[in-house]
Write a new protein. Structure first.
Length: 322
C-alpha cells in the first residue's frame, strides 16, 4: 500500500505556475514546492514536468536542482524522475560516487525487483549513462565481489514457483561443503545464489538450515573477520533480499539508517522515495511493530528542515496543505 496522498483533481498548468512562482525572486518557497510535489503521483509529476517545460522553455528538474540544496535537493530530484530513471541514478551513485562501492543498493534492485523491472532499470541506465550496468560494475569493483555483482545484475531469473526438492538438497550440500573448507569464493556458491529462481533458492537455504541447525547468513557473520569481508557481506545481503519479504527487508534498512549513530540519509531517502508509491504503508506498520514508535516520528526526530518536511509528506502526513 502506498502512503502518497494526492488530490483527486489537479491542474498541471496551475501546478507549473505555482512552482514557477515558488522559484522566482530572492528566496525559494520550499513549503509551496513540498505542498505540490509531495502530493503528486509519478504520472502527474511527469505531466507537470512536460507542462512546465512547454510553458517556460526550461527543464523543471534542472530548475529545482539550482534552487534547492543538500539532502532535500537530492530527495526532490530523485522523486521527480521516472521510477526506472530514478533507480538508474541510484545504481550509478552506488557504483561510482562513494569511496567504496555501495553493494547494498545494487543487490536490492537485483534481488527484490522482478526480472522485468530490473531489465527496465538497466535499459534506463544505458540510455542515461551510455554504458551498461555490468560494464560500470566491472570497472569499479574487483575480485569475487565483482563476479557476484555482475552476475546478479546480468541474470534474468526465472520467476516461477516450482521447487525441485532433490536439487535443493544437492545444492544445500554444496554450500555446506564449501563452508567446511572455508571456500566462500567457490564458483558454485556464486552460481547457485545468482542463477536459481527465488523460490528454488529459498528451498535450498531452508534445507541448509534444517541440515545444519543454523542459517547460512548467521554463519557468514559469526566473527569479526567475516563481518568485515565485503564479499561475505554482499552474500549476506543477497540472501536477505531473497528470503525476506521486501517490506521486511526495507523496514530493517530504514530502521538501521535512522537508529544508528549518525543518520544515513542516503538510505532513508532511497527507501521513502522509492517505496512511497508502492508499499511504504506496510513498511510503516512493520516499523511500528518492531520499534513501538511511528516511522513518521522517527524520521522527524532524526532529520530536519525542508528535507524532513518533504519526507513526512511522502509518508502520508495529512496535515500538509494539498
Amino acid at each position: 500500500m502506498a502512503t502518497l496522498i494526492c488530490p483527486e483533481d489537479h491542474s498541471p498548468v496551475a501546478d507549473a505556475e505555482a512552482i514557477r512562482k515558488a522559484c522566482k525572486g530572492w528566496g525559494t518557497d520550499e513549503k509551496a514546492l513540498i505542498s505540490i510535489l509531495g502530493h503528486r503521483t509519478a504520472t502527474q509529476r511527469k505531466i507537470i514536468r512536460k507542462t512546465y517545460e512547454e510553458m517556460y522553455n526550461e527543464e523543471l528538474v534542472k530548475r529545482l536542482e539550482s534552487e534547492l540544496s543538500g539532502h532535500f535537493e537530492k530527495a526532490v530530484y530523485r522523486w521527480m524522475l521516472d521510477p526506472e530513471e530514478r533507480d538508474a541514478v541510484i545504481l550509478n551513485v552506488a557504483i561510482k560516487e562513494k569511496p567504496i562501492l555501495d553493494y547494498t543498493s545494487i543487490i536490492e534492485l537485483s534481488c527484490i525487483y522482478s526480472p522485468q523491472e530490473l531489465l527496465a532499470v538497466k535499459r534506463a541506465y544505458q540510455t542515461r549513462y551510455k554504458h551498461s550496468v555490468e560494464e560500470d560494475l566491472a570497472l569499479h569493483s574487483t575480485g569475487e565481489l565483482r563476479k557476484l555483482l555482475v552476475f546478479l545484475v546480468g541474470i534474468y531469473r526465472y520467476a516461477g514457483d516450482e521447487i525441485d526438492a532433490r536439487l535443493a538438497k544437492s545444492e544445500a550440500d554444496i554450500m555446506c561443503n564449501a563452508i567446511k573448507s572455508n571456500d566462500f569464493n567457490h564458483e558454485e556458491i556464486v552460481r547457485i545464489i545468482t542463477t536459481r529462481s527465488k523460490t528454488q533458492l529459498r528451498a535450498t537455504l531452508n534445507r541448509y538450515k534444517d541440515d545444519n541447525g543454523s542459517s547460512l547468513t548467521k554463519y557468514l557473520r559469526d566473527d569479526e573477520a567475516k563481518a568485515a569481508n565485503a564479499f561475505l557481506g554482499a552474500l549476506r545481503t543477497t540472501i536477505r533480499c531473497i528470503i525476506n519479504d521486501p517490506q521486511q527487508y526495507y523496514e530493517k534498512v530504514i530502521r538501521r539508517a535512522l537508529m544508528k549513530s549518525g543518520t544515513d540519509e542516503e538510505s532513508v531517502t532511497r527507501v521513502i522515495v522509492s517505496r512511497a508509491e508502492k508499499d511504504l504503508e506496510i513498511i510503516k506498520e512493520l516499523f511500528y511493530k518492531r520499534n513501538s514508535v511511528t516511522l513518521c516520528h522517527a524520521v522527524s526526530k532524526h532529520t530536519s528542515g525542508d528535507y524532513k518536511s518533504f519526507l513526512v509528506a511522502l509518508l502520508g502526513n495529512q496535515n500538509i496543505h494539498l
